[in-house]
Design a protein around this ligand. Structure first.
Ligand code: URA
Length: 232
């Protein structure tokens, strides 16, 4: 048995606040009877639950896209610094961010409790593309672009896989990398005689940051987006 609001959150009907609103708006039925409270217990396998006439298919996993703001860390550990999980009003306890963004990095962060998918997306052999908007302190030259495209050496002894570079202007590039080394983009830019002044992840694999998500906002992934990620 599981709380109704929790089941609806898990099944992609929104945040806890949003599903409570659905229940209070009399849009949710359990075995064809109007649901009266958020915390009523339902049987996730045998009960017939509908939202606005649509049967709810329960999933034990949740998937959210967060537009990470600066100033929060991508860790799940409790401590004095605010974590990305503090931004999410969801009832599920076992969620974690897939991969890390630095405290001062913004943008696309996937939050889930699906360990198998996270493992698949992070495994180096899967080479999932991550695209970053990178603002630079110094102009980037064609020599640097060639180094990045061929696989740049960072800190003198760590070779990166070839990256893709899209030059927006000489102090702003879109950089595509397939790995997730510690502070990788910042270290790649140091190897290009520059420093990162602003960093934002624009996409991960087949999914791009939803342009409607303001900084610090999040939303559940659609079923189609989940399938795209699973096939990445
Ligand atoms: N590379 C970095 O240097 N920082 C990030 O947050 C992500 C990639």
């Amino acid at each position: 048995m599981i709380r109704l609001d929790k089941l609806l959150c898990h099944s992609g009907y929104g945040t806890r606040k949003e599903v409570k609103k659905l229940i209070r708006s009399k849009l949710v039925t359990v075995n064809h009877i109007l649901a009266k409270s958020d915390d009523m217990k339902v049987d996730e396998v045998n009960d017939w639950i509908e939202v606005d006439g649509e049967r709810v298919i329960y999933s034990e996993f949740v998937y959210y896209m967060l537009n990470k703001p600066q100033g929060v860390i991508s860790s799940t550990e409790e401590g004095p610094t605010k974590t990305v999980l503090d931004l999410l009003d969801i009832p599920y306890q076992n969620c974690f961010p897939v991969g890390r963004l630095d405290k001062d990095t913004e943008g696309f962060l996937l939050i889930t409790n699906d360990g198998a998918l996270a493992h698949q997306l992070l495994a180096p052999r899967h080479h999932v593309d991550k695209v970053y908007e990178v603002h630079l302190s110094n102009p980037i030259s064609s020599k640097h672009i060639k180094m990045l495209e061929e696989g740049i050496m960072i800190d003198g002894n760590e070779l990166c896989k070839p990256a893709k570079v899209q030059v927006i202007n000489d102090r702003l590039i879109h950089l595509t990398i397939t790995e997730g080394k510690f502070h990788q983009v910042k270290r790649m830019m140091i190897a290009c005689d520059s420093e990162v002044t602003f960093l934002k992840r624009l996409s991960m694999g087949p999914l791009s940051l939803d342009p409607n998500l303001k900084t610090a906002d999040y939303r559940p992934l659609t079923e189609e987006e989940i399938q795209l990620l699973k096939n990445a």
